[in-house]
Structures are given as C-alpha cells and as structure tokens.
Design a protein around this ligand. Structure first.
Ligand code: ZN
Length: 98
C-alpha cells in the first residue's frame, strides 16, 4: 500500500500527517507491506529495501473483469508466500543499463 504526502503538516493542526493513498503527482511518503503492515524504507522517493510491487488488470473472462488490483510486499513476506509455491517463481538476472 502506498501513501503519498499531500501537503506540509500545519504547525498547530492535529498530529496526523496529511497523507493520501492517491498518487496525483505527490511525493511517495511511505510504502506499507499489505501482508504484515511493515513500513518499507523510502528516502527521497527511493525505495531502500527489498520490495515486491505488483499491479494486475483482470481480464474479460475473470470474475473481476475491469478491476485493477495492486499491492506491495516486503521481501520477507514475498519469500514466505513464494516459499509455499509448488513451482518456484522463475528468476533471471538483469543487467542494468544506465
Ligand atoms: Zn511483509
């Protein structure tokens, strides 16, 4: 789950930070693992630890046609979930070209 900053906290307002789950061009504030609610470290809009992020649009023949589902998992939860797979995920190396 992604939470975005929507504005500066006002000095004498409530202690709650103004935050939103809508992106709308705002800076990424924090990412919460959907499975265990752990806060994933984000600094200056850069994710600083292992993160599995996914967004999937279900197709016509599914019961969720037209719905887009998205969620984030910390690396521990990713390992836990994929550890239950009878066939492990396919893994390949990627050479970053900058
Ligand atoms: Zn987790």
């Amino acid at each position: 789950m992604r939470i975005y900053e929507t504005g500066k906290m006002e000095a004498k307002a409530s202690t709650e930070a103004k935050a939103s789950t809508e992106a709308s061009g705002n800076e990424l504030f924090t990412i919460i693992c959907n499975k265990c609610k752990k806060a994933i470290k984000v600094e200056n809009n850069i994710v600083k630890e292992g993160l599995f992020e996914t967004e999937h649009r279900f197709g016509y023949f599914s019961q969720k046609d037209g719905e887009v589902h998205s969620f984030d998992l910390c690396e521990d939860c990713y390992d836990q979930i994929t550890g239950e797979f009878l066939i492990p995920p396919e893994v390949r190396g990627v050479n970053e070209v900058l």
